[in-house]
Write a protein that binds this ligand. Sequence first.
Ligand code: ASP
Ligand code: MG
Length: 418
Amino acid sequence: MEVNKFGGASIRDSSGVKNLLSILKTKKKEKLFIVVSAMGKTTNNFEKVVQNYFDNQKDLDYSLKFIYDYHYQIINELFENSRHKIFEDLKLIFKAIKDFLMKNKSPNFSFVYDQVVSNGELISSKIIYEYLNENGILINWIDAREIIKTDSKHRGAKVKWDETNQKISEKIDLKMVNITQGFIASDDNNFTTTLGREGSDYSAAIIAYGLNAKSLTIWKDVPGVLNADPKLFENPVLLKDISYGETIELAFYGASVIHPKTLQPLQKKEIPLYVKPFLNPNSQGTKITRGVDINPKVPCYIVKKNLFLLRLSSLDFSFIVEENISEIFKELHQNKIKVDLTQNSAISMYLCIEDKYSKLDNLISKLKAKFKVKCIENIELYTIRHFDKNSIKKILGNYDLILQQRTNEVLKLVIKQA
Ligand code: ASP
Ligand code: MG
């Protein structure tokens, strides 16, 4: 069994869908499973619909029509026969969304979100199903909500593995291509749940796990896993081989490669993960497996921007040791502030932090009761795995280095943004 997952950017227009077909044509049309995301920016656009439903009703219809028109254009380009049933299907889905919103009494934002936003994947999988069908591919459409079972924690549901594995093997048809939606699932009451933003890769991994698949391939709009973000570094290098462990490390330091959650089920059954460029299907991309050395062995750069550096020092010259440190971390945890690096001396401590939820002022006012607090903003953290002399020079050109930390494998440089 082979699982292939196509992301939203790949299938953002009719030529993307045509390209998906051409990739499938190179494969055997059996023992194949494909998982699709919502097309293009559809998930963001459905999020706007939910926002409008709760606090801006006057724009609700417009925001729905925007998504309808976008998909209408795609099917109009894909299907010559304007009486093809997909046109009616699309209308019915939007009618069902409107009916749901009209009748809904739940004030629970996350519940409503899941019922509405999940339609992005339902629509894309329907369109692709009909298009492949039309082009002579034997294909089985599976509602992901009938195979991936979760708890009821909307917008971040947890998978019930045993039930899920069983349902996957019940619904699959080994003799043809199977298609389902990423990101969406259902709870015990059959209400739709979602697995969290960017959750489609995870869905594909869950399915690969359930099927004991031979491999999972994730088709992306990049050449594979790179050693640096091409938006920040010139000439990034494609990593041809990399281990699960190394990939998880890179993700931990902030690389937006593959989410560790996606790797967990694959790693358990040692299912190799290929990351391949959608527009260049014959290129080899990246292979992620167990225990391989990173190849080529090049430094990997991960950059985090807009961080803060806090310097805490004790008010009374007492040492900063276990007792105060545990208090400091409790405050950080309570304020949902993520710590990327710490360094301490006898009476002071540096913390490089991310303030995603704008809780920094609150944190500082709490800490000021016990410490002298200095805060520097516009901090960048460069993490370099497998660093060498050149890789350090590459970064330190024009910046002020505030502090650095290193182990054999990893160098971290904290610098002030220019
Ligand atoms: N469509 C969802 C999102 O954009 C899930 C995914 O694409 O992975 O977050
Ligand atoms: Mg997406």
